[in-house]
Design a protein around this ligand. Structure first.
Ligand code: NAP
Length: 531
């Protein structure tokens, strides 16, 4: 059912809003909505609001649309989800030049969709939301924003859809002496426009999904690249990771009926049909090294090790340092066509696994007393994944969302939070996907849920909609119990942005895509109080 919904073989957008005349125009006109963020989910929300005929404003802190793909411009930034799937179901993309395309093409895609659906007049760029306040008497949100010139303004909205993303508040490590470094240093998501790395002695701190893309891209152009990796990460072979889409296939996609849809089906179906079962910790599984969680997982481990050993033939030192000591898939898996492992074999590249002692003006000093001189440092050290909103929201009775959450952010379906009526989150707590790559699917489900919530309020002539506390609590208990049976919660994984300070995982979804679709499709009175 989900594939049929997604593929839209007849060209009809299954998720389009078709409220028709059911809601009076005067009601609509009096129901402004603010969408926070013009990234993947914010654009999706804008399209649906526009179809519903509601007045809306998209507030975006950046100067253009695309969210994470507006911000991440480091050399080598590309998707790790097949491009033909990494697009809206109703905006198929037959135009990708690579199977896993790079950031300029992604930015161009989002800009094209944004303009095609006429969102620009609704969008306020370089405007940052600094806080939300619920006005009980008026049943409206006051959205505090700061404009590019530093001026503050308040927008009023009956509903707020937060589409701020989840992996975008840069995490910088807390290493002594960072401010003493003499050269330029920056986070990977803040790679300076036009920064010339050629010929530099470059220090790359962190080798997760961002760092492992930067290293092979800049290695041939820098004088020396020192990659500081704290934990070895699992890498999956993907021979077409950097491959262009051949001209014949591009032609077929444009001109052969259903070819593009078929390709999307092929690259998507596995992720859609596979649930998290292959990632489940099997209590009966015996592994004396505690390095696998079930039989399939043990096989995957062997397969990944074989790939690595093949790539690093003749370099037992690298094999030893790059073999992870936790089960495969325990962190976001990396994909390699060989570029990452080959890069580490280059004479001008060194993989450093020794603990960093401190940063000094000349470079990086490790615990063994060695100084790695550097002209520039890039911190590819990830994001604050457990902090869902950079700003606070004050809900009913002035309750602070940050205080309510602390280090354990939770939301019913990842969308609705008790005490915060008429607020819907996209990519909220418990909705990141480590087991299948379907964040576009999630954005479509979440905005559909939000739109249905809004419709319920408007059609009932009501003021607000809020998830029932017991429903939220029951859902979170279920989610946490489920997650704790999966590989990402495995105790051998010491450092992971999925875990909070207590080592618990609240950010990931344990549900298969069809299951999440099922549970988000309805906005029921048992779950929500409409007032
Ligand atoms: P990440 O996966 O969290 O990796 C951060 C790296 O920095 C890790 O190697 C980490 O080591 C290291 N690190 C963090 N704090 C450190 C410290 N205090 N000292 C030393 N090392 C430290 O972050 P990311 O690479 O930016 O990726 C984050 C997420 O963004 C990914 O999981 C993925 O979902 C998404 N992403 C996707 C793509 C893509 O589509 N291709 C690209 C980039 C990012 P430890 O492993 O020891 O913590």
């Amino acid at each position: 059912d989900l594939m049929e919904f997604d593929l839209q073989i007849d060209g009809v957008d299954r998720g389009a809003i078709t409220w028709g005349e059911t809601i009076d125009d005067t009601v609509k006109a009096a129901s402004p909505v603010v969408v926070i963020g013009a990234g993947m989910a914010g654009i999706q929300a804008g399209i649906r609001l526009s179809q519903a005929g509601l007045p809306f404003t998209v507030v975006e802190k950046n100067a253009g649309p695309g969210g994470t793909w507006w911000e991440n411009r480091y050399p080598g930034a590309r998707v790790d989800v097949a491009s033909h799937q990494y697009c809206y179901s109703f905006e198929p993309a037959e135009h990708w030049s690579e199977y896993f395309c790079q950031h300029p093409e992604l930015r161009a895609y989002f800009t094209r969709v944004f303009d095609k659906y006429g969102l620009r007049p609704h969008c306020r760029f370089e405007t940052e939301v600094t806080g939300l306040e619920w006005d009980e008497a008026a049943a409206r949100w006051r959205v505090n924003v700061r404009l590019g010139d530093g001026e503050d303004e308040v927008l009023e909205a009956r509903f707020v859809i937060s589409a701020v993303g989840s992996l975008n508040i840069p995490h910088l490590p807390d290493i002594e002496g960072m401010e003493d470094f003499a050269g330029p240093s920056f986070h990977s998501a803040r790679w300076p426009e036009g920064f010339d790395h050629r010929g530099l002695r470059f220090a790359l701190l962190g080798a997760g999904a961002s760092g492992f893309q930067i290293a092979p891209t800049i290695a041939p152009e820098v004088e020396q690249l020192n990659v500081f990796q704290r934990t070895a990460q699992w890498v999956m072979p993907n021979p077409i990771y950097h491959s262009p889409v051949p001209a014949g296939e591009s032609w077929a996609m444009r001109h052969l009926p259903f070819y593009g849809r078929w390709l999307r089906f092929v690259v998507t179906h596995l992720g859609v049909s596979a649930g998290p079962d292959t990632f489940r910790i099997d209590p009966e599984h015996v592994d004396p090294r505690n390095q696998s969680v079930n039989e399939v997982n043990a096989m995957v481990r062997d397969h990944l090790l074989d790939f690595m050993c093949e790539q690093l033939e003749g370099r037992p030192d690298l094999i030893e340092r790059l073999t992870p000591d936790y089960p495969a898939w325990g962190k976001r898996i990396l994909q390699d066509n060989g570029s990452w492992f080959q890069c580490l074999k280059r004479p001008n590249v060194e993989l450093v696994r020794t603990r960093i002692e401190r940063i000094v003006p000349e470079g990086i000093l490790t615990a063994d007393g060695k100084l790695y001189t550097a002209d520039a440092i890039c911190y590819a050290t990830g994001f604050l994944h457990n902090e869902f909103l950079a700003f606070d929201a004050l809900g009913r009775g002035g309750v602070s969302l940050h205080e309510q959450w602390g280090d354990t952010p939770t939301a019913f379906l990842g969308i609705s939070v008790p005490n915060f009526p008429n607020l819907f989150l996209c990519y909220g707590p418990g909705t990141n996907l480590a087991h299948s790559a379907g964040l576009f699917f999630h954005a479509e489900f979440q905005t559909a849920h939000a739109m249905e919530g809004i419709r319920r309020v408007l059609s009932a002539g009501a003021k607000s909609i809020e998830v029932r506390r017991q429903v939220h609590d029951r859902y979170v208990d279920e989610l946490v119990a489920e997650i704790s049976t999966l590989v990402w919660a495995h105790p051998t994984i010491e450092h992971s942005h999925y875990k909070n300070s207590d080592g618990k995982v609240y950010t990931l979804s344990p549900w298969s895509l069809p299951r999440y679709w099922e549970i988000t499709r309805e906005v029921s009175p048992e779950d929500y109080r409409v007032e």
